[in-house]
Design a protein around this ligand. Structure first.
Ligand code: GTP
Ligand code: MG
Length: 332
């Protein structure tokens, strides 16, 4: 990463008819562009930077005759999502640490690397003893650094359900993520993240290990993974439609969330009836709806890929309630 070099000052003398020995008139060089970081709340990933290895601001232009200033170099604007840290690879110095939960306002811009100052033109070096200076100042070099840019990914949506409910399969069906899917409990041992697109927003989904009764108290894989969804905005509670007692499952899930932390129990949420391909008549899904009568329930099948569009829309609305959907409805 490189900020712009300052442009050199000019060595120039007035040359006009009837002014045989014009004084110096070399203008100053332009300022080199800065490298500026802008934190964008609507960015969720660093995908737009992938493959870009050299990020360079523009150099300042040289000064010119007739005291004309060189043009200033353009800044390079590095846009990053909240939760990004930037450090210097050589020194390890932490240059920027944007809060992951800084609210909704875009933070102040930060100048990461300053552009070099432009050199002074020869007009500045005229004195009583030096009427015709034949030198000017070179531009100041820009700064160069190799940076490590890292994002602490924070999920928007947490997938919560009993072991084997189909959470990882759903993440795979909705996003490009490839978590392991298995016909046994606790296939997932560490959280996985996937990103889906909703209008111009990236929505990050977190797939976590299954919850069992007592999870908040440390049962199963312990409650360490509940921590990973404590900062999500929305929860999707998965209930397998073939579950023999969906009411008990719903009570268990809510109970564990509340026991872990009251905030988890109060998050915006949606209930997902999973594996609907095993319920062609919809009777089982009706039972799930009855079991959690106060919730919005959406039936899906990751295997048959049904109900996924409706689920994406519901999740998107919960995550970004303010998105103006008029005029972009043809994206679906
Ligand atoms: N028929 C059918 N089976 C599914 C569907 N989704 C998942 N399964 C099956 O259910 C089993 C569990 O799926 P996973 O996606 O691993 O479930 P999980 O909730 O991530 O499980 P844990 O990580 O162990 O908590 C696997 O055998 C899947 O093939 C579906 O839509 N239809
Ligand atoms: Mg899983």
């Amino acid at each position: 990463m490189h900020s712009g070099h300052g442009g050199a000052g000019a060595v120039s003398f007035r040359r006009e008819r009837y002014v045989p020995r014009g004084g110096p008139d070399g203008g100053d060089g332009g300022r080199g562009g800065d490298v500026v970081v802008k934190v964008r709340q609507n960015l969720k990933t660093l995908a737009h930077l992938s493959g870009k290895t050299r990020l360079t601001a523009e150099n300042g232009a040289q000064g010119e005759g007739r005291k004309r200033h060189g043009r200033d170099g353009q800044d390079y604007v590095l846009e990053v999502p909240p939760g990004t840290t930037i450090s210097d690879v050589e020194t390890g110095e932490l240059l920027l640490d944007t809060a992951a939960d800084a609210g909704t306002a875009d933070a102040e811009d930060v100048v990461l690397l300053r552009g070099g100052r432009g050199g002074k033109g020869n007009t500045h070096f005229k004195s009583s003893t030096h009427q015709a200076p034949r030198f000017a100042q070179p531009g100041e070099p820009g700064e160069q650094r190799t940076l490590h840019i890292e994002l602490k990914l924070i999920a928007d949506v947490g997938l919560v359900g009993l072991p084997n409910a189909g959470k990882s399969s759903l993440l795979q069906a909705l996003t490009a993520a490839h978590p392991k899917v298995g016909n046994y409990p606790f296939t997932t041992r560490v959280p996985h993240l996937g990103v889906l697109r909703y209008y111009d927003q990236d929505v990050v989904l977190a797939d976590i290990p299954g919850i069992i009764e007592g999870a908040a108290g440390g049962a199963g894989l312990g409650h360490q993974f509940l921590r990973h969804i404590s900062r999500t905005a929305v929860l999707a509670l998965l209930i397998d439609v073939t579950d023999e007692d969906p009411a008990a499952t719903y009570a268990t899930l809510l109970g564990e969330l509340n026991a872990y932390n009251g905030e988890l129990g109060r998050k915006r949420r949606i209930v997902v009836g999973s594996k609907c391909d095993l319920d062609p008549d919809g009777n089982l899904l009706s039972t799930v709806r009855t079991a959690c009568a106060t919730e919005r329930v959406i039936g899906v099948s990751s295997a048959a890929r049904t109900g996924l569009d409706e689920l994406v829309r519901a999740i998107g609305e919960l995550v970004t309630p303010a998105v103006d959907q008029e005029g972009v409805t043809d994206e679906f």
